[in-house]
Design a binder for this molecule. Structure first.
Ligand code: ZN
Length: 401
């Protein structure tokens, strides 16, 4: 009897996954030792990847410092992409060999900022990351690679490797707008406050620099355009290297930056599959200002509706933006769209709801509403604050009137 239940449960789970989730790729986030706050960053990396619905991500914590490392032997080949949020003790020779084989045979890798300081002595790893920093790296690791204005510079000058400008907002410049990861991104976009890595060096073989940032002299930088995003191939494997996304507890502006989030999502898909199917979202930052998705708490539809009901124009529109994105991604049938329409009508009819919130919703109804909304919209024409928005929506919904 018990077995039957388990079987039915398993079938239900299988059907559920098959029908509702678009997960295509398995990601392994390797973490557990780092000079950075991996306890904060790794769960957020998992969320960022899973939000795409393209990935399911497992977090694997390596043994702590001085614990037995020889037993650490992940089964890399079970995954499409391995995300390294790790810089710590060296792995066993067996595990290193397994990792190299995995990548050679087409496995994907994501190097998440300080992972580029890991394993300074490991030759194959240095080839995979393209450029690295710290850990005693120097001219023997390879040249400095950067842009001087629009010119790529391979600089073999002797010297130390890896330095960091203190946290600040900075502009990221797309250098290769044709690469699947960066195709369609703005040429310049403003990144949330983050460390700016500079003076990385490495073999830089089979590496494309996708984006750079200027290490401004006023910020103590060397006035080079330093690589921020890189795509590397190693054997049949693809490696996406991002220097961005330093974590504070709960995220912080570097991880909440839509530019970081989206390039990580796109870079991970490319590393896993060689292509990028994700669209550039409407909240991607532009040249002028940063764009943050604050709080890595999961937003729910109920949160969205509650916040819009009490919405104040001077506050963040992120809940409304989340509702819009739910409508765009979830309402695939007229019935599903009507479910959202009914929720919106409820807020319009709610006397406690703010005019600011209602105004946003009237704009939304103007394209996704039906005759179902018309009585509730007509009511709003009596409110001087909402008259114009309501009449606009009515004109869109009753064009022949
Ligand atoms: Zn760092």
């Amino acid at each position: 009897m018990k077995n039957q239940y388990i079987l039915i449960f398993a079938i239900v789970i299988t059907l559920f996954n098959g029908c509702t989730s678009g997960t295509h790729y398995k990601a392994l986030i390797v973490t557990g030792q780092s000079s950075h706050n991996w306890r904060a960053s790794s769960p957020i990396l998992k969320q960022i990847l899973e939000q795409t619905t393209l990935f399911s991500a497992d977090i694997l914590k390596a043994p702590e410092k001085k614990e037995e490392m020889s037993t650490f032997a992940p089964n890399f080949s079970n995954y499409n992409v391995v995300v390294l949020d790790y810089n710590g003790e060296s792995w066993s020779e067996k595990t290193k060999t397994a990792f190299v084989e995995y990548v050679k045979n087409g496995g994907g890798v994501v190097i998440y900022h300080s992972a580029n300081s890991a394993f300074p002595e490991w030759k194959e790893f240095n080839q995979m990351i393209g450029l690295g920093g710290w850990g005693g790296r120097d001219e023997k690791s390879g040249p400095y690679v950067y842009y001087n204005k629009n010119k790529l510079v391979i600089d073999t000058t002797a010297g130390s490797c890896g330095s960091v400008l203190k946290r600040q907002e900075f502009q990221v410049i797309t250098r290769n707008p044709e690469h699947p990861i960066t195709k369609g991104l703005p040429i310049g976009w403003q990144h949330g406050s983050d460390e700016l890595y500079s003076e990385l060096r490495g073999p830089g073989k089979n590496m494309e620099i996708l984006a750079t940032a200027f290490a401004a002299g006023t910020a103590g930088g060397n006035r080079r355009n330093e690589p921020m995003l890189m795509a590397i191939t190693y054997g049949k494997g693809r490696i996406f290297h991002t220097t961005l996304g330093h974590a504070d507890e709960g995220g912080g502006p570097a991880m909440e930056c839509v530019g970081f989030i989206v390039t990580l999502q796109r870079g991970t898909e490319w590393a896993a599959s060689g292509k990028v199917t994700q669209k550039i979202p409407y909240d991607f930052p532009n040249n002028g200002s940063i764009s943050l998705r604050a709080g890595f708490k999961e937003m729910t539809l109920d949160d969205d509706l509650a916040k819009i009901t009490t919405y104040d124009i001077t506050k963040s529109t992120k809940y409304f933006v989340d509702l819009q994105s739910r409508i765009r991604t979830e309402a695939k049938t007229p019935e599903a769209l009507q479910k959202f329409e009914k929720l919106i009508i409820k807020i319009l009819e709610n006397k406690e709801a703010t005019d600011d919130g209602k105004k946003l919703l009237l704009g939304e109804l103007s394209w996704m509403g039906s005759e179902l909304s018309i009585p509730a919209i007509k009511q709003q024409t009596k409110n001087p604050n909402l008259k114009a928005a309501a009449e606009f929506a009515l004109a869109r919904l009753q064009p022949s009137r």
